[in-house]
Design a binder for this molecule. Sequence first.
Ligand SMILES: *Cc1c(COP(=O)(O)O)cnc(C)c1O
Length: 322
Amino acid sequence: MHYTPAPRDPKADPIRINLLSDTQTRPTQAMREAMALAEVGDEQIGDDPTVNLLCERVADLLGKEAAVFMPSGTMCNVAATLAHCRPGDEILAHETFRAALHPRSRYQPPQTVVSVEQTANIGGGTIWKKKALDEVVAIAKAHGLITHTDGARLLNACVATKISARDMAAGWDSAWIDFSKGLGAPVGGVIAGSRAFIDDVWRWKQRLGGSMRQAGICAAACVYALDHHVDRLADDHANARALARGLSQINGVEVQEPETNLVFFRPDGAGVAGDKMVEALRKRGVLLAMMDGRIRACTHLDVSADMIEETVGIVREIVRGA
Ligand SMILES: *Cc1c(COP(=O)(O)O)cnc(C)c1O
């Protein structure tokens, strides 16, 4: 997305602490075993039992009629956009939603969809409050707009707030969750909505080349993640808070208080530019990157509390040496 880590030679330059993204999680041994044992069929014709189970689980989790397994979150967004909109339509993903609304006219693109990212990545992994989501839905419905949730990290928001995914997605016409982020699966996203919408998404999935065959191997990792990797997102949030606390105790380092698993900080006030800090950390085996002018650190399944402590110590040493 908005980060561009430099290419690296993993042998010459080993990464010990990987805070780059929750996409960096590796499937655990137990997840790999679940994958190896998966019952499979032909996904494209609806014949893969593990994919079907995953779709039923996610539809139920999000309180929707149906769901479809996609190769990626990106394809969830693309297929949803194609299903919801026509070329030339406008999608609102604006902070000031009400102000962006305009009446239908021949001079402006028709506003068709309002989309919210839960959690908001560039916002700092921040959580849309349930009350704000309900307001957005109410305004959208009053204006005849379709509502869509990019829920790449929706379950982070649910675990942090103890609001169920079903409640969080209530009123949203479509919502998807990513399995290749903090949930730790190697690939996949699942999008849910009404039966008619999912029917359309299926057609787009086919046209985009996203239909798969024995995808149950991958879906098994996702089912495993639903059973074992949701509640533990709280550990990632605790690690993010510990990182923020440690960093904020270093003079001149400016830290945004994390709500979930993303920690944005600026070391400039301590006399080290962000990109120099990223470079110095990388030499010490800690991988993270600049995003939107700040450094973003992401906690996940493969990041321990000890690693957080070590990272804070290394940042302190870099600042001291500056
Ligand atoms: C990662 C991400 C995506 C894209 O998902 P992929 O599975 O990487 O294709 C979309 N939206 C948000 C908010 C994300 O974090």
